[in-house]
Write a protein that binds this ligand. Sequence first.
Ligand code: FE
Length: 128
Amino acid sequence: MEKLDKAKLRQQLTRLQYDICINKGTERPFTGEYWDNHEPGVYVCVVCGNELFASKTKFDSGTGWPSFWEPIQKQNVQEKEDRTLFMRRTEVECANCGSHLGHVFEDGPEPTGLRYCINSASLKFRHG
Ligand code: FE
């Protein structure tokens, strides 16, 4: 997050995007733009444009958040231990700019068994 210019981002992002990307918030389920998006394309970081997830790895998790079983490239995201809210979770950030994306859980489908549970507000969809 050190790389981010917060004053500039206050101008650039919506209030919801800022709350999620910078303050590590979570959008309410089934309210985001992409949880039910089935179009082919690529999801990039809303802050910096880094390519994060491909539509071919998106699946219907039933959670109301966009869910993927793997990132476009492992090195495009970074994972951090998150002990807030009396839980131990693994936070996922954009590896380029440090923007908060969501969390990754180990109850996803094959072939990885992972579930990247990502806020729509952290993403921008590029039609493929
Ligand atoms: Fe980014």
